[in-house]
Design a protein around this ligand. Sequence first.
Ligand code: B12
Ligand code: SF4
Length: 488
Amino acid sequence: MIVLVKMDTDKGLMDIPYALLFLGSALEKAGYDVKVFHQLSSGIDKITKFVKNNNPLFVGVSTCTGPTTKLTADLSKSIKSVCDVPIVWGGVHPSIFPWQTLAENYVDIVVVGEDKNNKVDLANAIKKKKDLSKVKGVGYKKNGKIIINPSRPLESDLGKFDIAWHLVNLESYIKNRDIRYNSEKMLIYIASRGCPYRCGFCYNPMFNRGTWRPFPTKKVVSDILMLKQEYDIDGVVFWDDNFFVDKRRSLDILKEIDLPWYGDIRANYIDDSYAKKLVQYKCNRLLVGAESGSDRILKLIRKGLTTKELISAYKVCKKNKIPISYSFVVGFPTETWQDSLDTVKFIFKLIDIYPDNPVGPIMGVYMPYPGSDLYDVSVKLGFKPPSRTEDWGVFNRYAVDFDLPWVDNKKMDALIKGYDTWTSSCITKTSWRYDLMVMKKIYEARVNNSCFFAPHEIYLHRGLRDYTKKLLVSLGLKLPSGQYFGSS
Ligand code: B12
Ligand code: SF4
């Protein structure tokens, strides 16, 4: 038996662990028995006990860089404390950081990248107790020395990858993701891998080597129709890195599945005729990685977009009544306070262009993800990356707890907290427009005067909002929903 595990920090963040299902399918086809666990930290004891009692060939864990890295380390340590089953780390984090990951005594092997054959070769080699030197794309330890084997080319035909749906309880991943999607039973699907763009902050140029590879259209459509038929899903979230690279193909898929959907899109793809088609094929909402309201920063991060193009796409969405959320990042390397303020002012401009947009913009602080070009720049500018695998857990979008030396942390904190308060300033169902307007005015004044001193209104409003939420819950009433409420 092989045990595959994905750890998560929060029930609300748990989505289908596709990596394990691709992996599980390849291993099952090669004749292995596979057990998948997808757990929160409270599940560590359960998994440890299972591993101890069942002595699997190996435990494969999957993690990206962030809070799950810490949890995956906790699990690995827990297993190692009771038995010596090989622990194999895979996924984005160990692929980018194989040396550091392997330096930990709770990691035996890392799998770099995605190729499915190396996992089966690896399982066969472990089973037959063979030397791992011939298994491409893996790293391991021999006599205390770390060895990373050469990797294989990326698989060009994604039709060779299958999903072992039966390894998880799919029902548990179907959710009413958010009232704004207008669907009750949505499921995530990934119809392609990678992206041809080369944004300096993204894992893609390194991990997917700048390539975009689609799953065969027929497979995508038949998977989704199967989910519609058997699980009664009424919506799809396309969580591809870049679903829309081939516009024709995207429309073919959307037309065939005939379901409301949500997806991330580049602003330069949105023109009037394409937007009309997207609406015709049940577009529920779009998300654009706009990143910055400063053209200097957009250029620096190689986004391949200008603020002019961002505005133009936003106007097209307004014209076609598409709910669209732009996501922004402040604190890129070399970013000045003025650049950050420009981003917030740009957001104000967007709100004025499309005030009845049912979804709002998102803003967060830059995180120097390893494997990206800007990570190297960040290190040169004094960013101190964690030296232990588990310490990458601080990379948490939802609770920033790391230091960017080029940023004034106090000011940035006030900028972000003020923004969050403004964008989630709905106190009751009927008051949200009013709350939003009042808070926007104060926040706008602060931004325009670059003054974040003593932000009492932020604390007062947050306190009032949180108290009202608690009160509503304790009275058994439904929480209010509406524009910007809890949008992130
Ligand atoms: C869906 C998603 C989410 C969802 C759900 C995540 C979940 N719980 O499943 C949400 C929104 C919650 C989320 C949150 C986060 N995410 Co996310 N997410 C994704 C997304 C869009 C899809 C993930 C996926 O299923 N991919 C498909 C699978 C098949 O690909 P894969 O995981 O790479 O797996 C392949 C290989 O890596 C390998 N492999 C993977 N695991 C293993 C294990 C073993 C043993 C082996 C042998 C091989 C192997 O084989 C697989 C098949 O080929 C990706 C981007 C993308 N399109 O991939 C980002 C992505 C993984 N997320 C990312 C990040 C950073 C996060 C956060 C940490 C952000 C943050 N700081 O808060 C959070 C953390 C969440 C948490 N719980 O702590 C980054 C990771 C970057 C990095 N350097 O690690 C990505 C790449 C997005 C990006 N462009 O930056 N995420
Ligand atoms: S940020 Fe988006 S557009 Fe840029 S490389 Fe990554 S996936 Fe592609």
